[in-house]
Write a protein that binds this ligand. Structure first.
Ligand SMILES: C[S@@+](CC[C@H](N)C(=O)[O-])C[C@H]1O[C@@H](n2cnc3c(N)ncnc32)[C@H](O)[C@@H]1O
Length: 277
């Protein structure tokens, strides 16, 4: 199996693949950023991190389409969907008849907000709360992350996203999720996963100061809460992704490394081969 891994900074101007979206898509992103009629959770209930909810959602819609080649007719699975930061912009892009979106998350409040706000208007957007244990997000959860099996048939999705989720998982759970992504993607489908991928020793330039967690492939930036910002050895991430049978297309460095980039976290794109060899 061959893997092409781009590990150089990619300028914003290089993000659009030939034949990718044009001016109309820029207009759509502006609309998502500025349209005050799009739903927005109350500020105090946003638990998915600092930053502008609308702007980050619009930013990722841009990455999904430009980097991940997301099409309006595709079936999306958003693992760790939080409180709809990715789903709200996707309502403006997905074809209401043929596209679909499924989001899962362990945090009940986020799922309730999405199910009550988005699904009644966009019935092909579904949200499901799973009681997966996580020390920060769901400490009382009954299902260990290492035992997760999502309740969908094989090859059910064309596009799977994990945005700022791998950055909260220990390596053994990340491995389970990569296997699940490979199972759930249809041939030609893409996994779009963000991570803090650590290659070698830190340069000192990085905006997060990661330290190795014990002797394993996991790294942490906050000693008191290692899963608040979890890094993962790049070699481990790429090897586990490839072992699932996915083809690693690129790992694009993010500007958390102190470099110029279009996104903060690193972005891994891995593709399900059209035919297994
Ligand atoms: C930083 S938030 C990102 C949320 C969303 N992806 C976004 O970008 O708006 C991390 C999310 O991962 C979810 N999460 C934590 N542990 C998880 C797990 N084991 N499986 C799936 N989701 C998890 C959290 O509940 C939270 O919604």
């Amino acid at each position: 199996m061959t893997a092409t891994v781009a590990l150089r900074p990619i300028e914003p101007s290089q993000e659009t693949a030939p034949g990718g979206p044009g001016q109309e898509f820029d207009w759509l992103l502006d609309h998502v950023r500025s349209n005050r009629f799009l739903p927005h959770p109350p500020a105090e209930s946003i638990f998915v991190g600092d930053g502008d909810y609308r702007a980050i959602g619009a930013e990722f819609l841009g990455h999904f389409v430009r980097i991940g080649r997301l099409k309006p007719t595709e079936r999306i699975f958003d693992i760790g969907c939080g409180i709809g930061r990715m789903a709200v912009p996707l309502t403006q892009y997905l074809d209401p008849e043929r596209g679909s979106y499924d989001g899962v998350d362990p945090v009940m409040d986020g799922i309730l907000w999405c199910a009550q706000t988005i699904t009644p208007v966009y019935p092909r957007f579904h949200f499901q709360r799973l009681d997966i244990a996580h020390p920060l997000y769901n400490p009382q959860g009954s299902l260990p992350g290492t035992e997760v099996q999502f309740g969908f048939p094989n090859q059910n999705f064309d596009f799977i996203t994990m945005i700022s989720v791998a950055t909260h998982l220990p390596p053994e759970e990340l491995t389970v999720y990569l296997n699940e992504a490979a199972r759930l993607l249809a041939p030609g489908g893409r996994l779009f996963l963000t991570a803090f991928a650590i290659a070698g020793q830190p340069t000192g330039q990085e905006r997060l100061k990661f330290k190795r967690w014990r002797d394993g492939p996991g790294w942490y930036a906050i000693e008191e809460a290692p899963l608040a910002a979890a890094g993962i050895e790049e070699e481990f991430l790429l090897a586990r992704a490839q072992e699932t049978g996915l083809l690693v297309e690129s790992l694009r460095p993010g500007h958390w490394r102190g470099i110029n980039a279009a996104h903060y976290q690193d972005v891994l794109i891995a593709t399900k081969p059209e035919r297994s060899s």
